[in-house]
Design a protein around this ligand. Structure first.
Ligand code: ASP
Length: 436
């Protein structure tokens, strides 16, 4: 029998009908034996995620206030699911236990983790699977990083001992023995860890879309779903704002060569997106386009800059000294521009200018805000000609002024900078030229 690790996100487990759908998906494939579950998410757009309700419980608890009313809301969410499904699960006692335990675990992470903990116990009961607590199989080291060796070893031993099991996503045990969560959306990471530990054939990530979109649907209407994407392309697109998976979820599986399949719980028959190490050659040059607003450029000019050894290093050091990391650094003969996140420099602009003045004594130094960066990503670009010509012609025909161009050394990525006011139009133009 094969091994599939399947992670179901919050919307996939938001209510009883969602649970039924998830059970049907799991039961339709005997290989889907190891399940990682999120806490119940939103049932409708104004709904509140159970994780957010639990943060509220924590806020009351830490302020020394009564937590009964906020825990009652959490209980009501779970009671709806249990009663509708007819699962034999004593939610009253479970919530009492959490309240009791929380007195000795008065941390934000402990409270937040209880959504996944309770939801996974209920799902395990409903499916007839074993329940394994994530605190016993996922471990962090003293620096707060995943303790990979220990986790993979113990996860495989304890979870793999069962024919089929449900493990809560989002949390594990810190080096001091307390509960520690990943950042929001972290069940994706737990699923990837589980897939790596069990050396699964595939990591299925069930969510509420039929795969990764080739552009932001708020900009391009009904963008095409990406069929197959390499880990490298995914990383480039998610870094630039495409959202489909938690940032850290690719690392455990990527190293082990385990593919990820992004699938839709509402339409499990859809193929979804396959994320793989070695994607087959693509018949289209561009896999996806993604971007973000909120960048600034620090422009430095000095005559004969090119003759001053260490000029660039000193400028970058002045920026680094202020705790700011840079995104891109295109240079001319006597000019240099450093692209940074506007948010990172908003409180230290004057200081950065002073530091650069002190270090390199430039002729001119200016800072320009309001820049958007857009990544055009595709493994099919590397071995094709004429891609840059098509890209810049399409942009130029639309009267969009380009402020920066950067092509990654691998040739699968061209980043351009435009004014924020041109951002959406530029994404549309690129999409229509290469994908639409
Ligand atoms: N429940 C957590 C959140 O809302 C973790 C997750 O769903 O992956 O972020």
């Amino acid at each position: 029998m094969g091994i599939k690790v399947a992670k179901f996100g919050g919307t996939s487990l938001a209510d009883a009908s969602a649970f039924r759908r998830v059970a049907a998906i799991i039961n339709s494939d005997p290989d889907r034996r190891y399940i990682v579950a999120s806490a119940p998410g939103k049932r409708f757009s104004d709904d509140i995620k159970v994780t957010d309700m639990l943060y509220e419980c924590y806020n009351h608890a830490i302020a020394g206030e009564n937590t009964d009313a906020s825990f009652d809301k959490v209980k009501a969410r779970f009671a709806d699911i249990i009663n509708d499904l007819g699962v034999d699960f004593d939610i009253d006692s479970e919530i009492e236990l959490v309240k009791e335990d929380s007195k000795n675990n008065l941390t934000r992470d402990y409270f937040a983790s209880r959504g996944e903990f309770l939801n996974s116990k209920i799902l395990a009961k409903y499916l007839g699977f074993s329940f394994v607590d994530a605190k016993d199989v996922i471990f962090f080291d003293e620096y707060g990083h995943l303790d990979e060796d220990k986790t993979y070893h113990i996860f495989a031993e304890k979870v793999g001992a069962y024919e089929a099991a449900v493990v809560p996503g989002f949390y594990g045990t810190a080096a001091d023995g307390s509960i520690k969560t990943f950042s929001r959306g972290g069940s994706d990471v737990s699923g990837a860890i589980g897939a790596r530990a069990l050396m699964a054939d595939i990591y299925e990530n069930f969510t509420d879309v039929s795969g990764m979109m080739s552009a932001d649907p708020r900009i391009v209407s009904s963008p095409k779903i990406i069929d197959t994407i390499s880990y490298t392309e995914l990383r480039e697109l998610t870094y630039m704002g495409a959202t489909v998976l938690h940032d850290e979820a690719v690392f455990p599986v990527r190293r082990a060569g385990i593919p990820i399949n992004i699938k839709n719980t509402m339409r499990p028959e859809d193929r979804g997106t396959m994320i793989v190490s070695n994607a087959p050659p693509s018949d289209r040059p561009v896999t996806g386009v993604a971007g973000r607003c909120g960048f600034s450029t620090i422009n430095v000019e000095k005559d004969l800059m090119n003759t001053e050894l260490g000029f660039g290093r000193r400028v970058l050091h002045a920026i680094e000294k202020n705790g700011v990391s840079f995104e891109h650094c295109p240079t001319g003969i006597d000019t240099m521009s450093v692209f940074v996140a506007s948010e990172d420099i908003k409180n230290c602009k004057e200081k950065i200018i002073d530091d650069i003045n002190n270090k390199v004594n430039p002729d001119v130094i200016t800072i320009e805000d309001g820049i958007a960066l857009i990544a055009v990503v595709g493994r099919g670009m590397a071995n094709r000609t004429n891609i840059a010509a098509r890209l810049f012609t399409a942009i130029g025909y639309n009267n969009i002024h380009i402020k920066m161009i950067d092509q990654g050394s691998c040739g699968t990525n061209i980043i351009i900078g435009v004014a924020e006011s041109d951002y959406k139009k530029t994404v549309e133009v690129i999409y229509n030229e290469f994908i639409g």
